[in-house]
Write a protein that binds this ligand. Structure first.
Ligand code: NAP
Length: 515
């Protein structure tokens, strides 16, 4: 074990720092191109089992805590994360290549998410209490019915590589699950194990300070798909939160569905976030839209699930002007450091694949890199070529976009109808574009979770009405969101109490006896 803010390489199981017994690994600093200590260790099957059993044992006492107790707990986690101070930011910078300002902002977002759920708990309405009074005179008589939501049980959370704080160990999935009364077994993303350990330590401290059962939170460390698979297979686990690749998400969905007791997987996977340049807006503001899109595309080196990877406009001089403005802005943008060598290699492959396609033209000469550095890229094609090749609609994670030239709004609509599910769609529109927007809207509502007018899809507000979700493959379950207070419903289920004596009813339902 090491000093208070030193990193030991340990996992946390049932409140205790524990060393994995399997393969060791180190974090990698993508900016410097070097491994960084200490060694971390992959946990074994019995350690996974121990974490899951501890979570199961903690479930009943934890969900029996009051709204106020759980709200205090969430805020205590936020306070403990802040108390980690600069050590957390410095370690996250080294493990991700992300700059200080971004990570300080992300830490603020993480604490704000915890506070948002604390406020939701204190307000109390999340339990969705419903009461149908008995109607003894009716034929047949109606019994008294009372409904409340309860937690699903222990949740497995897979931290995302691209948000080492806000979508990771104490990120949105963990905050929503803990708010719902569900213990969490988190799997540290192998790209930021030190950051994960520090945050886990903050949560473990908050668990102890709030007098909660230690099994409420565990952190598992390791590399290799076997660990995640075993975690999802464990009978104690009742739901999964995941952000990452489509391949990884689909694999976990299959494992969850094949269990003797299948469980829900809330996986956020791939999205190309189409942007529709409607004619009047393109004519009036093409240059400024190009500048806004370039900033959105290069922010965080394009490593956002909401990155605008597809832009549709009507053929003509305004689209030409827009395309060249965008290419110029992206060509002038410096290369950025990607999160991991694997993600940088995937980006290179994706860009090379686009460049090799018939009827796809590079607007910038693609620049290959043998380091984690990525250069922005922009390609252009026609609606006919786009519609003919499903591969052109695949997500390429990084600062790249594909411009599609359409003959008219009908072609835009045809493409919208053909797209897979998306997290977002954006309409760049002015007053004269209302009719075109109206025509596109029904298809967009069916395809995406958030529709923006005149904005850029990157930047997901932490607020009650936010939807960060969408039909498959944007997520595995388009009925839900992973950001915003509605995220709690992923980890809840309804229970109805029929004809219960007042003394036996849960307190929340007793308080809601109609007057
Ligand atoms: P990833 O490979 O999907 O990994 C995410 C987490 O899931 C890791 O902890 C990983 O650990 C685990 N995992 C992956 N496949 C698994 C499987 N078959 N069974 C069990 N566990 C599994 O994602 P990543 O490392 O963050 O990035 C890889 C690619 O994902 C990127 O290049 C990008 O294309 C995409 N990505 C997309 C988004 C988005 O928001 N759209 C975000 C991040 C990444 P192990 O590998 O150790 O098992």
């Amino acid at each position: 074990m090491s000093s208070i803010l030193g990193i030991s390489g340990d996992a946390y199981i049932d409140g205790k720092a524990v060393r994995g017994t399997q393969a060791s690994f180190q974090a990698f600093d993508p900016a410097q191109g070097v491994e960084i200590g200490p060694d971390f260790y992959t946990v074994d099957s019995s350690q996974i089992d121990q974490a899951c059993r501890a979570a199961q044992a903690a479930f009943d006492p934890y969900r029996a805590t009051s709204n106020a107790q759980r709200a205090d707990f969430l805020e205590a986690i936020g306070a403990q994360i802040l108390a980690l101070g600069d050590a957390l930011i410095v370690r996250a910078m080294a493990e991700s290549g992300l700059p200080r300002a971004r990570l300080e902002g992300e830490r603020g977002r993480t604490v704000a998410q915890l506070k948002l759920f604390a406020d939701l708990l204190r307000e109390g309405k999340w339990q969705d209490i419903r009461v149908d009074q008995a109607l003894p005179e009716r034929t047949p008589p109606r019994p008294e019915l009372r409904l409340r939501m309860i937690g699903l049980g222990p949740v497995a959370v897979f931290g995302a590589s691209n948000f080492p704080l806000a979508f990771s160990v104490a990120g949105g999935d963990t905050a929503a699950a803990l708010a719902a009364g569900c213990p969490v077994v988190a799997k540290a993303h192998p790209a930021h194990p030190g950051t994960s350990e520090l945050v886990a330590r903050a949560i473990v401290q908050a668990v102890a300070d709030c007098g909660l059962p230690a099994g409420v939170f565990s952190l598992l460390t390791g590399v290799g798909n076997a660990l995640g698979g075993e975690l999802v297979r464990h009978p104690a686990i009742q739901a999964v939160g995941f952000t990452g690749s489509r391949q990884g998400g689909v694999a976990l969905m299959a494992i969850a569905a094949a269990r003797p007791q299948p469980i829900p997987v809330y996986a956020e996977m791939s999205s190309i976030n189409p942007v529709f340049l409607l004619p009047q807006a393109l004519a009036a503001r093409g240059e400024s839209i190009a500048a806004g899109l370039a900033a959105s595309l290069t922010m965080g080196v394009g490593q956002f699930c909401t990155n605008p990877g597809l832009v549709l406009g009507l053929a003509g001089s305004h689209f030409e002007h827009f395309s060249f403005s965008l290419a110029k802005a992206l060509g002038a943008a410096p290369p950025g450091v990607m999160l991991t060598p694997g993600i940088a290699a995937n980006y290179q492959r994706g860009v090379a694949h686009l460049a090799s396609q018939d009827d796809v033209r590079a607007m910038l000469e693609p620049v290959a890199s043998d380091t984690c550095k990525a250069f922005p890229a922009v390609f252009r094609t026609t609606s006919a070529a786009f519609l003919a090749s499903a591969a052109l609609a695949d997500e390429v994670f990084g600062p790249v976009t594909l411009l599609v030239e359409c003959a008219d709004v009908d072609e835009m609509l045809t493409i919208a109808e053909q797209l897979e599910g998306q997290l977002t769609a954006t309409l760049q529109m002015d007053g004269g574009d209302l009719e075109a927007a109206r025509r596109l809207l029904p298809a967009l509502e069916r395809k995406v979770g958030r529709i923006l007018a005149n904005g850029y899809p990157t930047g997901v507000e932490v607020a009650s009405a936010m939807v960060h979700g969408g039909p498959y493959p944007a997520t595995s379950d388009g009925r839900s969101t992973s950001v915003g207070t509605a995220a709690i419903y992923r980890f809840l289920r309804p229970v109805c109490y029929q004809n219960f004596d007042l003394a036996l009813l849960p307190e929340a339902l007793r308080d809601n006896v109609p007057g």
